[in-house]
Design a protein around this ligand. Structure first.
Ligand code: ADP
Ligand code: MG
Length: 686
């Protein structure tokens, strides 16, 4: 078996399982190996029942006390047992496992591992894993078991089994990191790291494995970026922009004055677009700093000069929103430019027609999702591509867009607060502009961190805000009820909240599993204030702009990364009204409270993310991912900022000594790198 073997060659992976793996983009053994755990279950020493505390996952050993009962509630069969040891007794429940009534006998000794919840004042262990007979726990005791992201039908156990085989039978791979780098940065060997990232012996070996793999991931990324940059050495700018008056008129006619930062950044863009080489620029600006209008200026500038401009948004909801507001602006300012929407969910006919207008040049500003580059769109005269709030736009895509020989200008917009030094590493080939000022009419958002006891007060507050004509968001971590996770879900929550708020207030919901058409309809209704309260998952996290919304309430705030909460908070406070953010936490621990309080103290996105990191400490390797920026498989630009910096240094000194990686000792690295570029890995991460 080698890395390129199909996963169906593994024992236990039949046709059906293979299909499931393929859903996760796992086709070969190599894909499987790079499918990393999202966390680990640590099978700790059992504790006494009396010392078990709310909210923790614990292992206890005791004897079953009394009869095991099964009851049915709302179609859910719930098995209940009591387990006791010398120190206490605890209630245990399982869902949908009625057969346990027959296997668990009163008086027998059992070991259970599960999460302890507080149900109306009593501690309950929910849906624990069962070790029966009790000694069977010894095999797992003190081990760390990988937990993989799953897809319906594929269990963690199946993945674990396949992974074990892959690791055991695979021939060892040649190390490809040069030994001088491994020595200098104390990096573990490749095969060792692979083995230990999946099946760590202990925390220490996991730490080493991860460090190596993250470093490698960053290093290869940076090297690939450098190589691409070289082959794409600054292209000549083949566009001219003689018409400047109309864009100036447009700026003067805007209902607000651009902030100083916006003016400065717009000047930089204008200079670039008229410069001798094509633009590659990153615009960084915190949420609400007014990036959209800057993008629009660029697009207008292109179209007023006879070219096309395209704007690519990360979601259809956002694309539609941009399209609507751009159409509105064109109309208000009587600008004879045609905007066109192109998204994946349009019908084949709609797409064909849109593409026709794009090809003929009739459509001048084109707004869409990834469809803009995927649907084999032929542009008539594309001079500018703007990508909003997203980063998956690689050099390859850019080349695709420039088929007709003219490389378009590129503008990348990001609200991810990443410090300049790091940005310069990960966006190696981009110039950076920063919008470091919020529009002046903004009132600072008022925040509070509360526990669930505050909920009725919050509802009262929402009612008052709606009565004043405002709108609200409520964010829940989950779409629907889950058996194993205790957290609010959008569907049930929206129903309850509707009952709570009464008929005069319209509550609706939004989540990522809904059809595009439904999502659009809901967003549309919310924009028009036909819906006053929108219950949603984090799908609304990026970009949505409804200035009339003034309340952002986040349920189970403890489950989100602070950077993410900061993004969510950015959805309010976008207009002239005082806005409020309510972070509601179901956890009463001091740590959670302290973490969430950071949001109260500062509004600076990067400070928030780094504070979060500091509080959780470096030991929390698999905490909540912070940045969501650049989809690295393991690495996280924030969390692993230190490694990113080091990988940047390593790349520099490597290329200084051997710019083309020609030395024999760099042969393996070179091959690996070429493979990485050939497979388009850079495009998927950028
Ligand atoms: P983001 O940077 O998060 O993408 P937007 O571009 O969506 O922010 O802008 C947020 C809101 O601020 C919008 O309603 C926009 O019309 C408004 N806005 C943008 N620039 C200014 C300005 N200079 N003065 C006042 N309001 C502005
Ligand atoms: Mg935006």
């Amino acid at each position: 078996m080698n890395e390129q073997s199909k996963i169906s060659e593994l024992k236990g992976v039949g046709e059906k399982t293979e299909k499931l793996f393929q859903k996760l983009n796992i086709f070969t053994v190599d894909d499987l190996l790079h499918y990393y755990p999202r966390g680990y279950e640590i099978y700790e020493e059992p504790i006494s029942i009396g010392s078990a505390g709310e909210g923790e996952t614990a292992t206890v050993t005791g004897s079953i006390y009394g009869k095991v009962q099964v009851a049915t509630m709302r179609n859910l069969q719930i098995t209940t047992a009591y387990v006791k040891d010398l120190t206490g007794i605890i209630k245990v429940v399982w869902f949908r496992m009625p057969f346990l009534r027959n296997t668990l006998k009163s008086g027998s000794v059992i070991t259970l591992r599960g999460r302890i919840a507080n149900k109306k004042g009593t501690l309950v262990m929910e849906h624990p894993e069962i070790f029966y007979p009790s000694v069977s726990y010894d095999a797992k005791r003190n081990t760390m078991q990988p937990v993989y992201p799953l897809t319906a039908g594929l269990t963690n156990q199946t993945i674990q089994k396949a992974m074990k085989q892959a690791i055991e039978y695979l021939d060892l791979k040649q190390e490809f990191l040069p030994s001088e780098i491994r020595m200098e940065y104390h990096l573990a060997e490749y095969n060792y790291a692979m083995r230990r990232i999946h099946f760590p012996e202990d925390k220490e070996s996991l730490y080493q494995a991860r460090e190596r793999l993250v470093f490698e991931e960053f290093l290869i990324f940076i090297l690939a970026l450098r190589q691409m940059k070289e082959t794409n050495a600054r292209q000549k700018n083949l566009f001219t922009f003689p018409n400047e008056q109309e864009i100036d008129r447009f700026i003067l006619e805007l209902p607000y004055e651009l902030t100083g930062a916006q003016k400065k950044v717009w000047e930089e863009i204008r200079e670039d677009m008229r410069g001798s080489h094509v633009m590659s620029r990153l615009i960084q600006g915190d949420v609400g700093s007014g990036k959209t209008v800057i993008a629009l200026l660029g697009l207008l500038f292109a179209s007023l000069n006879g070219y096309q401009g395209a704007l690519m948004a990360p979601t259809e909801v956002l694309a539609k929103q941009h399209y609507d507001s751009i159409c509105e602006l064109l109309k208000t300012h009587r600008i004879p430019v045609r905007a066109e929407l192109l998204t994946g969910s349009m019908t084949a006919k709609e797409k064909r027609e849109a593409c026709g207008r794009i090809e003929s040049g009739e459509a001048q500003i084109i707004i869409g999702t990834h469809a803009l580059i995927q649907e084999k769109v032929q542009y008539h005269s594309l001079a500018l591509v703007v990508t909003d709030e997203q980063h998956r736009f690689g050099v390859k895509q850019r080349e695709n867009l420039s088929l007709k020989g003219k490389m378009p200008h590129i503008l990348v917009m990001s609200a991810t607060p990443i410090p300049r030094t790091l940005a310069m590493i990960v966006y190696g080939d981009l110039d950076i502009s920063v919008i470091d000022e919020l529009p002046a009419n903004r009132l600072p958002i008022k925040n509070c961190v509360v526990d669930t006891g505050y909920r009725s007060t919050a509802y009262h507050f929402i009612r008052k805000q709606v009565a004043e004509g405002r709108q609200c968001y409520v964010i829940c971590p989950m779409v629907e009820e889950s058996e194993t996770l205790e957290a609010e879900n959008v569907l049930d929550y929206a129903r309850t909240l509707q009952e709570e708020l009464g008929k005069t207030i319209k509550v609706s919901y939004l989540h990522g599993k809904m059809k595009q058409k439904e999502k659009d309809a809901i967003m549309e209704a919310f924009v028009q204030n036909r819906i006053q309260v929108l219950v949603s998952t984090t799908v609304i996290e990026v970009g949505i702009n409804v200035p009339n919304a003034t309340v952002m309430m986040v349920e189970n705030a403890e489950r989100f990364g602070l950077a993410q909460l900061h993004q969510l908070r950015g959805r309010v406070g976008r207009g002239k009204y005082q806005s409020y953010c309510i972070f509601m936490s179901a956890s009463k621990t001091k740590e959670t409270k302290e973490r969430l309080e950071i949001l109260n103290k500062t509004n600076d996105g990067f400070k928030i993310a780094s504070e979060d990191l500091r509080l959780r400490g470096p030991g929390d390797l698999f905490g909540i991912r912070q940045s969501g920026i650049l989809d690295f498989k393991l690495g996280d630009v924030f969390q692993d900022a230190r490694l990113l910096q080091k990988a940047g240094e390593a790349a520099n000194s490597l290329l200084l000594k051997d710019p083309k990686l020609e030395l024999p000792k760099h042969q393996n690295l070179k091959e690996y790198l070429q493979n990485y570029i050939r497979e388009g890995m850079l495009e998927t991460t950028l």
